[in-house]
Ligand binder design. Structure first.
Ligand SMILES: [Zn+2]
Length: 264
């Protein structure tokens, strides 16, 4: 179950599915954008917010990893020593390099390393494997959903870190709902092609599609059993979220953040 909470005085959404786990994960609201996007007036606020998030998570700014997203299905894996602790040195993979460009999902087995991706209507998905202590975030807009970035992220967790899908907890965060996501016939067909025909009726109402539910069905097909799905529609809930569609492409981005904690 999703619930609104305060993190450093700002509204964020968390899920009861991660209660008691050695992980912190949340979806920010308009209170805490980590990307200014087309809103140049928010550039300074975003820089302050990154510092605020790191302060709240008790990590140095270098331990917050935010890639450049391009609606691709490129998944980058950050593999390293298990506990980054309070290391001050910027690790080589965070130096300006090609590693984090053109990236729409991140996977890591590092502890105390925060992953963050940015959203305005697209579907954010946070993953956590409590057995292998692996975290991930995927950015599934309609293009990412068509290319099945969510199941591909699970595959990466399985391949690189021996995660078992049945252990993985997935949180499908706030995104544009079926109420507001109207698409063209060709996009609709591409999206429906990614899931079993059995579910087609459930995920669409005419040309209005439920992107969150499509991602859920894609994930169920990988063997994941624990999936929490957020009911908020980013287009409807203008007071809480940015919406690329509602704001005609002139908007900032709310974010998904996950960090695995070192064992006590
Ligand atoms: Zn809506």
């Amino acid at each position: 179950m999703f619930r609104l909470e305060k993190f450093m005085g700002k509204r964020v959404l968390t899920s009861s599915f991660l209660d008691g786990e050695a992980v912190q994960a949340f979806f920010t609201t308009r209170d805490l954008p980590l990307k200014s996007g087309e809103r140049e007036d928010l550039i300074q606020e975003v820089e302050n917010n990154k510092k605020l998030v790191c302060e709240g998570l008790n990590i140095p700014l270098e331990n917050l990893v935010i890639p450049i997203q391009t609606h691709s299905d490129n998944i980058r894996c950050i593999e390293g020593r298990r506990d980054r602790g309070m290391a001050k040195a910027i690790p080589p993979y965070l130096q300006p390099s090609s590693l984090l460009e053109d990236t729409d999902a991140l996977v890591t087995n590092e502890q105390n390393l925060a992953l963050a991706l940015n959203f305005a209507d697209c579907v954010p998905i946070i993953f956590y494997d409590p057995v292998k202590k692996v975290s991930a975030i995927a950015h599934a807009g309609w293009r990412g959903t068509v290319s099945k970035i969510a199941p591909k992220t699970v595959e990466k967790m399985v391949k690189n870190f021996s995660s078992k899908p049945k252990d993985i907890i997935a949180l499908i965060g706030p995104a544009i709902g079926k109420c507001c996501f109207e698409v063209q016939e060709d996009v609709k067909n591409k999206l429906l092609d990614t899931i079993d025909e059995l579910y087609h009726e459930k995920v669409c109402n005419d040309n209005y599609l439920d992107l969150k539910l499509i991602n859920k069905f894609q994930l169920l097909a990988t063997g994941i059993e624990k999936i929490d799905l957020c009911e908020y529609c980013t287009f409807c809930q203008s007071e809480l979220f940015f919406s690329y569609r509602r704001e005609n492409g002139k908007t900032a981005r709310h974010s998904a953040v996950v960090i695995v904690r070192s064992e006590k």
